[in-house]
Design a protein around this ligand. Structure first.
Ligand SMILES: *Cc1c(COP(=O)(O)O)cnc(C)c1O
Length: 374
C-alpha cells in the first residue's frame, strides 16, 4: 500500500506529537537482566495445574468471560489478606493497564499527574495517552522521598493524581508509610502506591495496604509480573475502597480480562507459595549485587526490589554495549553515570558480575580519572 509515509503525515493528537513509545529492547540473549522479570520459570507442577485450568476454560471460550472476574478477585483478596475482600479488588492486563484505567477515570484533559523523577518510565507515557499533564516532582538526595518533600511538591503543583512508586523503579529506593500518609493528607486527589516489587521487601515490612482503612482515595497497585514469575500472562491488580473499583468499571472495556487469563491467574494463585518460592533466592542475589558492585568500584544504591541501580559508570552506553557483546542485557535508564541490572538466578548474576569485572574495568578507571580532572 502506498500513501502514508510517516507518523508526521497523520492527524495525530497534539499531545502525542514527537513522543516515543515505551521501548525496552527485546533481544534474544543468554542472560536477560533488563526488565526486572523473575528469571526463574514457573515450577513444573504448577505449570501442569495451570494447563489443566486453561484446557477447561478453553471449552467455553465461545462465551464471553466473567466480566467481573469474580473468582480472580476472591483469589487476589485472599492472597493479599489485610482484611480485604473481593469488592476491594480490581484487576487488568498488567498493572500498566490498571494505572491507565486510573488515569482514564481520575486524570484526563485539564488534570495532572504528579510522580517523583526518576521513576517508572510508563507513568509519563500513560499520562500522555490519557491527555493528563505529567508533572515530574523532585526527590531528596540519593533518590529518597521524605514526608516534607512530598508535601511541598504537592502544594507546589496541586496535582489531581499522585503516583508513588514503592520501592521506586529504576532506583530501588524504599518509600516509608509516613511519606505515603503525608502525601494522602496533603491532597484531595487520588494517591496510587505502585507496589510492583512489594514481595521483594525485607520480610515483615508493612505494605501500604495497611493504610487503606479510612482512606478512600488511596489505591495500592500490585502485579503478578515480577515476584510471581507471570510477566507473560499480563495480570496486574489493585486494592482500594469499593467506590474506586466502581469508578474503574466506567472506563474498562467490557470483558477486558480473557477467560484464559483469568483461568491461568486463578490456578497460579492457588499455588502462591510455590510461585513465590524463588523470592528469597532473588533477594539474596540482589543483596549480592549490591556488595559485589561496590567491590568492583561502582556505587550501587540501596534496593528493596529485584534490581539494583549502580552509579560510577564512566560511559554507561559503552559498558551496556560491551556486556551485550557477551550476551548479557541490562538497562541504561538514562541516568547519567548509571546502569540498572535485575537480580537473576545465581548463575546469571555470576555471569553478569564476571563480565562486568572484565569489560567494566576501563570504566571504573575512567571514572576515577574524570573525577580527578574536575
Ligand atoms: C514492572 C512494573 C510494573 C508492572 O507492569 P505490568 O504491567 O504489571 O507487567 C508496574 N510498575 C512498575 C514500577 C514496574 O516496574
Amino acid at each position: 500500500m502506498e500513501g502514508v509515509t510517516s507518523l508526521q503525515d497523520l492527524p495525530l493528537r497534539t499531545n502525542l506529537q514527537g513522543l516515543t513509545p515505551y521501548g525496552a529492547p527485546q533481544l534474544h540473549v543468554p542472560v536477560a537482566l533488563n526488565v526486572n522479570e523473575n528469571t526463574h520459570p514457573v515450577p513444573e507442577a504448577v505449570a501442569r495445574d495451570i494447563l489443566a485450568s486453561l484446557a477447561e476454560a478453553l471449552r467455553s471460550v465461545n462465551r464471553y468471560p466473567d466480566r467481573e472476574f469474580t473468582d480472580l478477585r476472591v483469589a487476589l483478596a485472599g492472597y493479599l489478606g489485610a482484611g480485604l475482600s473481593a469488592e476491594n479488588i480490581w484487576a487488568a492486563n498488567g498493572s500498566n493497564e490498571v494505572l491507565q484505567q486510573v488515569l482514564q477515570a481520575f486524570g484526563g484533559p485539564g488534570r495532572s499527574l504528579l510522580g517523583f523523577a526518576p521513576t517508572y518510565s510508563m507513568y509519563s507515557i500513560l499520562a500522555s495517552g490519557t491527555d493528563t499533564t505529567w508533572i515530574p516532582g523532585v526527590r531528596d538526595a540519593d533518590y529518597e522521598l521524605s514526608p516534607a518533600t512530598v508535601v511541598s511538591e504537592i502544594s507546589r503543583t496541586n496535582p489531581d493524581v499522585i503516583f508513588l512508586c514503592s520501592p521506586n523503579n529504576p532506583t530501588g529506593t524504599p518509600l516509608s508509610l509516613e511519606t505515603i500518609a503525608a502525601a494522602y493528607d496533603a491532597t484531595d486527589g487520588i494517591v496510587v502506591v505502585d507496589e510492583a516489587y512489594a514481595e521483594f521487601a525485607p520480610v515483615g515490612t508493612p505494605s501500604a495496604l495497611t493504610l487503606l482503612p479510612g482512606r478512600e482515595r488511596l489505591l495500592v497497585s500490585r502485579t503478578m509480573s515480577k515476584a510471581f514469575a507471570f510477566a507473560g500472562v499480563r495480570v496486574g491488580y489493585l486494592a482500594a475502597d469499593p467506590a474506586v473499583t466502581d469508578a474503574l468499571r466506567l472506563v474498562r472495556l467490557p470483558y477486558h480480562l480473557s477467560a484464559l487469563t483469568q483461568a491461568a491467574a486463578n490456578a497460579a494463585l492457588a499455588h502462591s507459595t510455590e510461585m513465590l518460592a524463588m523470592v528469597d533466592d532473588i533477594r539474596g542475589q540482589r543483596d549480592r549485587l549490591v556488595v559485589e558492585l561496590a567491590r568492583l568500584g561502582y556505587a550501587p544504591h540501596r534496593s528493596w526490589s529485584n534490581f539494583v541501580l549502580f552509579g560510577g559508570v564512566a560511559n554507561p552506553q559503552r559498558t551496556f554495549e560491551a556486556l551485550l557483546a557477551e550476551g548479557i542485557l541490562i538497562r541504561d535508564v538514562g541516568i547519567p553515570g548509571h546502569l540498572r541490572v535485575s537480580a537473576g538466578t545465581e548463575q546469571e548474576t555470576s555471569q553478569f558480575l564476571d563480565a562486568l569485572a572484565r569489560v567494566g574495568r576501563t570504566d571504573v578507571a575512567g571514572k576515577t580519572e574524570s573525577v580527578r580532572a574536575e
